[in-house]
Structure formats: structure tokens, C-alpha cells
Design a protein around this ligand. Structure first.
Ligand SMILES: Cc1cc2nc3c(=O)[nH]c(=O)nc-3n(C[C@H](O)[C@H](O)[C@H](O)COP(=O)(O)OP(=O)(O)OC[C@H]3O[C@@H](n4cnc5c(N)ncnc54)[C@H](O)[C@@H]3O)c2cc1C
Ligand code: FES
Length: 281
């Protein structure tokens, strides 16, 4: 069992959770993830290692379905059954020159650890964080510390630049030479934003989120097409060359289980209601 040390909301439907997981904490590198299983009957869900402190790791997640809603209902002192990892290939950290990190929504949680690693490797790091509105912006202070400069955008103009993170990326490219870019956020946002760097052939990475089951390359559920080849995101990724990923096929695969996911969330919420509003209510 893995003890939850601290947990709580940091934005609308977005939660951070610190879990005591010494093995992961001592071995995790930027870009890697863990697979959580809340209890013996629980499904496995992949979550990125967002920060490490001593024997503990932090995950930041959005409560969007059954398991993430259940996870959000847990409290400090509770425990989760499994935290398997670290899994996946670490981010390709080396000296590029000037790097831009672009975060969309909860995807921003993956970036501070990458920013620190890139700066330790001698890069200048520009951060761009985008969200639909100011209430959905997360980890701004942490991003300031992980980057040499930070720019904010909101779709509705409630904070920072009124527009998309992709616009700020284009502005950064117009201002100076950019050598590498990471874009992590909703799949559609990664697809669209990656087009900004394609004409200039700037090395661009995205972290893809296909459905995962075992996380070890055995089940094939996380397959993605990259450069015309089939890759398994859990062992070959989750970060890939943004200009080679077949985003349309990825988005289609990610919709496969939507009816079952909706039914599962509704059943869980019904059960929570019968219990009187949740495990800890
Ligand atoms: C490598 C990786 C890292 C991730 N890191 C984060 C993170 O740091 N924070 C975060 O909020 N989310 C992250 N995700 C997505 C997260 O795993 C899903 O949001 C979660 O599994 C949803 O489970 P659910 O039961 O709450 O929702 P469901 O209702 O079951 O699903 C909602 C949506 O989540 C996705 N999903 C469902 N089950 C899985 C699964 N087993 N594996 C992957 N995706 C699934 C699907 O797109 C689905 O449509 C990551 C996914 C991957 C692949
Ligand atoms: S999750 Fe099974 S092969 Fe990747």
C-alpha cells in the first residue's frame, strides 16, 4: 500500500496528490509516469510523475471519469493499492540551446520537472502555459521557478494573453531562435500547436495519452502510429516527435471506450450518492 501524504484541489476539477513511493521517487526522471490502482478491484490509470521530494512523488490529475473521481475523494492518510513505475522513456534531455515548454490545462503539471532538467543541462527555457480561463491555470509559481521566463494565455482573456498558447509560441519563434519545444496538453491542442513548429522543422515533442492497461508493452492497447510505424506509448514513449504522430488515429482510438467510461462514472456517482456524497463526506 502507498500512503497518501497530502492531497487536494488546485483548480477546478484538478487535484494534486503526494504519495509515499520511495522506489519511484528515487528512480523517476522527467517525462516518466506511474500506473495507479486504488484498490484490488480498481482499474489501472497512468499518471505522470509531476514532482519528487525525498521518498514522495506528486501526481496532478483531472477528475474526469470514474477512477480519477474516486482518487479525488481520497484524503491524506488513506492509501492506494499500487503505484507501479517509473514507466516509459524519460524526456530527451540534452543541451539544445533555447527550449520552449508549452502546457495546456492539466498537461502543465508535466512541465516543471522537464524545465528543471533542461536548465540543469544548460538550456535557456521559456515557459508558456495556456488554459481555457484563469481558474484552470495551474502551477504558475512552480513554472516561474522552472523557466527563465513564463508567459500565460487564456482562451477567454481572463489572465495573460487573450488567445491560445500556440500564438505565444509563434511570438517566441518570431523573437528568437528556438531549438526544441515540448507541448503537453489535450490531444487536439498538441496536434494544432505542433503545426506552429513544423515549417521551421524545430525539434518538437508531445506526450501522448492513449488508453493504457499493463504499461509494459504486453497488451498493445496504447499503440500509436508515429512516422508510419506502430509504437507502444508505454515503452516507446509517452513522448514522441510531434511532427510524426498520427493525431487523428490517436484521437479516434481514445474515443473507443467512451460509452463504457460514461456508464462507469455514472454508476460510481450513483454509488457515492447512496453512501451520502462520498467516502469522506
Ligand atoms: C502516459 C500517460 C500519462 C498521463 N498523465 C496524466 C496526468 O498526469 N494527469 C491526468 O489528469 N491525466 C493523465 N493521463 C490520463 C489519465 O490516465 C486518464 O485521465 C485516466 O485514466 C482517466 O480515468 P477515469 O477512470 O477517471 O476516466 P474514464 O472515464 O475511464 O476515461 C476518461 C478518458 O481518459 C482516458 N483514459 C481512460 N482510461 C485510461 C487508461 N487506462 N489509460 C490512459 N487513458 C485513459 C480516455 O481518453 C478516456 O476517454 C495520462 C495518460 C497517459 C497515457
Ligand atoms: S499499455 Fe499495454 S502495451 Fe502499452
Amino acid at each position: 500500500m502507498f500512503k497518501i501524504e497530502k492531497t487536494g484541489p488546485i483548480a477546478d476539477k484538478i487535484y494534486e496528490m503526494w504519495v509515499n513511493a520511495p522506489h519511484v521517487a528515487h528512480h523517476a526522471q522527467a517525462g516518466q509516469f506511474v500506473i495507479f490502482r486504488i484498490d484490488e478491484k480498481g482499474e489501472r490509470i497512468p499518471l505522470t510523475v509531476s514532482a519528487v521530494d525525498g521518498d514522495s512523488i506528486r501526481v496532478v490529475f483531472m477528475a474526469i471519469g470514474k477512477t480519477t473521481t474516486h482518487l479525488a475523494s481520497l484524503r491524506a492518510g488513506d492509501a492506494v493499492q499500487d503505484v507501479a513505475g517509473p514507466l516509459g522513456k524519460p524526456s530527451e534531455i540534452k543541451k539544445y540551446g533555447t527550449c520552449v515548454l508549452v502546457g495546456g490545462g492539466v498537461g502543465t503539471a508535466c512541465l516543471p520537472i522537464i524545465g528543471h532538467a533542461l536548465r540543469a543541462a544548460g538550456n535557456r527555457v521559456i515557459g508558456i502555459v495556456g488554459a481555457r480561463n484563469a481558474g484552470l491555470l495551474i502551477l504558475e509559481e512552480e513554472m516561474k521557478k522552472a523557466c527563465d521566463e513564463l508567459h500565460i494565455s487564456t482562451d477567454d482573456g481572463s489572465k495573460g494573453f487573450h488567445g491560445f498558447a500556440a500564438d505565444l509560441l509563434k511570438q517566441a519563434m518570431a523573437r528568437e531562435k528556438i531549438d526544441a519545444v515540448w507541448i503537453i496538453g489535450p490531444t487536439i491542442m498538441m496536434k494544432v500547436t505542433a503545426e506552429a513548429t513544423r515549417p521551421a522543422a524545430i525539434r518538437t515533442f508531445v506526450s501522448v495519452n492513449p488508453v493504457m492497461v499493463d504499461g509494459t508493452g504486453m497488451c498493445g492497447s496504447c499503440r500509436v502510429t508515429v512516422g508510419g510505424e506502430t509504437k507502444f506509448a508505454c515503452v516507446d514513449g509517452p513522448e514522441f516527435d510531434a511532427h510524426q504522430v498520427d493525431f487523428n488515429a490517436l484521437m479516434q482510438r481514445m474515443r473507443t471506450y467512451q460509452p463504457e467510461e460514461k456508464a462507469s462514472l455514472e454508476k460510481f456517482q450513483e454509488h457515492q450518492c447512496k453512501l451520502g456524497g462520498g467516502h469522506h463526506a
